[in-house]
Write a protein that binds this ligand. Structure first.
Ligand SMILES: Nc1nc2c(c(=O)[nH]1)N[C@H]1C(S)=C(S)[C@@H](COP(=O)(O)O)O[C@H]1N2
Ligand SMILES: [Mo]
Length: 512
């Protein structure tokens, strides 16, 4: 009897959690109310941030990139979201189990009905405080927790009564009714969320007036091999990596950028003041340090922004400043050594792809800095601080390389068979060093020089294509690049952690 109730508590706690979370998701879509599992997940990943989280993210990225199931960023966020919901359900199952366990000794009916919900809610108090829930948000979560609690208690109560009953079919019928009701609530909650999410008009992104073009190279005629990625990544498929399941939503009118620390004139700048400063448009490529060779965590766009050095000059740096530190709305932090911060190509950006930043890519303002991996390009910046000691940013504290310099990389995007040859094409990238040449090899034979498209800028990847003679049949292609200063791409294979991946990309191909 006792075991049975414990098990029933576990099942009831978890299964009543599903419809409750569906309603919570609806509340988020309709009224922007908190969706507690995401916030719980967010807080835990920050508190537990360490080898566990790094290992988890690493494993996920390499599995996703190996399986090539689709966009690593999109799938990754999907898995994190699912993990957060699963974690919440496990928590509710545990509280339900506890209720089942204590059931025979809990004689006060109100305590039985409401205590589990109160316990769940109290556990969420620090989470809500961290995530900044409003009083309404706290109230909403309490109401849902109590509803879940009453439902869980109801099932247990019924179960106990039925336990006395001799007929098994009655128990089955009861479970069937509970399951049907839970399913209906879940479907209704999730269905409505979906519908309403679609009904909410996607706010059009304000276009950004084109600024003077910086550092643009003239583009020559070049016909990429079909299947080669587009030279400019559409913003909707620009890779996204950050520590949030849902990106922070910042109201530009409520936001201000602070420039502080060891400076003569600390500044507080509004969005309007920043966008009124002289800006420049520039093409540049961004690559995550977690990207594998040939992976999809790399994209190129036209950024719009103001020179960080202009901002810092306005603030007046003290001579003992060694680094510029960035603090972001989501708790992320990073820093750049002074020479990188003052690099004329390092810009505080408020535009990507000719429009204002999307919420996912750092609206209202993010950084772009050349030569370094994505982690050195903070999004949703709220504070820029001149510091006199080197600072370890979010990922550096987890053991990732502090400099995070990009490696020379080259990727085979596509190939097609020709008579007696393979035609291949792809991209190559080496930060601001640029690409001098790309070479392609068939089955370990001679390296054949590829044709390069003039890059969009010194900071953007180059498209290449090559025609390599090959006997009819299947082959393995290998690609390598030489950067603008003559350095050959590293052939040694390395995983992304902790310095970024290296090695040559390979692909299967055919010749006729
Ligand atoms: N505030 C904030 N900025 C951030 C991150 C983050 O988690 N929070 N992630 C960094 C990492 S690891 C990468 S690779 C880039 C990705 O930028 P994107 O999403 O615009 O492609 O953002 C960087 N900036
Ligand atoms: Mo990254």
């Amino acid at each position: 009897m006792k075991h049975r109730l414990t098990l029933a508590g576990l099942i009831a706690g978890a299964s009543m959690g599903v419809p409750m979370l569906a309603v919570m998701a609806l509340g988020q879509v309709v009224a922007g109310l908190p969706f507690a599992p995401y916030d719980l997940f967010g807080l835990l990943t920050r508190v537990l941030a360490g080898p566990l989280v790094v290992g988890g993210v690493e494993a996920m990225v390499s599995i996703l990139q190996a399986l090539r199931l689709g966009s690593t960023s999109v799938l990754g966020k999907f898995i994190e979201g699912g993990g957060a919901v699963l974690m919440a359900l496990v928590g509710l199952a545990l509280i339900g189990t506890l209720l089942g366990l204590l059931w025979p000794n809990l004689h006060n009916r109100s305590a039985r009905r409401f205590l589990p919900g109160v316990v769940a809610w109290v556990i969420m108090i620090p989470v809500g405080a961290w995530a900044g829930w409003s009083a309404l948000g706290f109230g909403w979560v309490l109401i849902l927790a109590l509803a879940w609690s009453v439902a869980t208690d109801g099932i247990l109560g019924h179960w106990e009564t039925l336990g006395m009953a001799p007929v098994d079919s009655e128990r089955r019928a009861f479970l069937g009714r509970v399951a049907a009701l839970a399913l209906a609530t879940t479907v209704a909650g999730l269905g409505l969320s979906r519908l309403l999410r679609r009904a909410v008009p996607q706010e059009a992104l304000a276009p950004i007036p084109a600024g003077p073009a910086a550092n643009l190279a003239p583009s020559g005629p070049f016909a990429p091999v079909p299947g080669t990625r587009s030279e400019v990544t559409p913003i909707s498929s620009f890779y996204r990596v950050d520590i949030n399941i849902v990106p922070p939503s910042v109201e530009a009118s409520q936001w201000a950028l602070e420039v502080a620390g060891e400076v003569d004139n600390p500044l507080t700048l509004s969005y309007a003041e920043i966008t009124a400063m002289p800006s420049e448009d520039f093409y540049a490529t961004l690559e995550c340090i977690s990207n594998t060779v040939g992976g999809d965590l790399i994209s190129t766009t036209r950024f719009t922004g103001v020179k960080l050095s202009d901002l810092l000059a306005r603030a007046g740096l003290h001579p003992q400043v060694v680094e510029i530190r960035f603090d972001c709305v989501d708790g992320y932090s990073e820093s750049l050594p002074l020479d990188s911060a003052l690099d004329p190509e390092t810009r505080l950006c408020y535009g990507m792809g000719g429009a204002q930043l999307t919420q996912e890519h750092g609206y209202p303002a993010r950084l772009y800095t050349p030569n370094r991996h994505g982690m050195k390009n903070p999004k949703w910046i709220q504070k820029i601080e001149a510091v006199t000691q080197p600072f370890a940013g979010y990922w550096e504290q987890q053991g990732w390389n502090k400099d995070a310099f990009v490696h020379t990389t080259s990727v085979i995007d596509a190939s097609q068979s020709e008579t007696g040859a393979v035609e291949a094409g792809g991209i190559a990238y080496a930060g601001a060093r640029g690409i001098q040449k790309v070479e392609v090899q068939v089955d370990g034979g001679n390296w054949v020089l590829a044709e390069l498209k003039a890059p969009l800028s010194q900071l953007a990847w180059v498209l290449w294509r090559a025609r390599v003679p090959a006997a009819p049949g299947p082959h393995v292609l290998t690609v390598r690049a030489v950067d603008g200063s003559g350095g050959l791409q590293t052939a040694t294979f390395a995983d992304p952690f902790p310095n970024g991946a290296t090695g040559y990309d390979q692909a299967a191909a055919r010749a006729d």
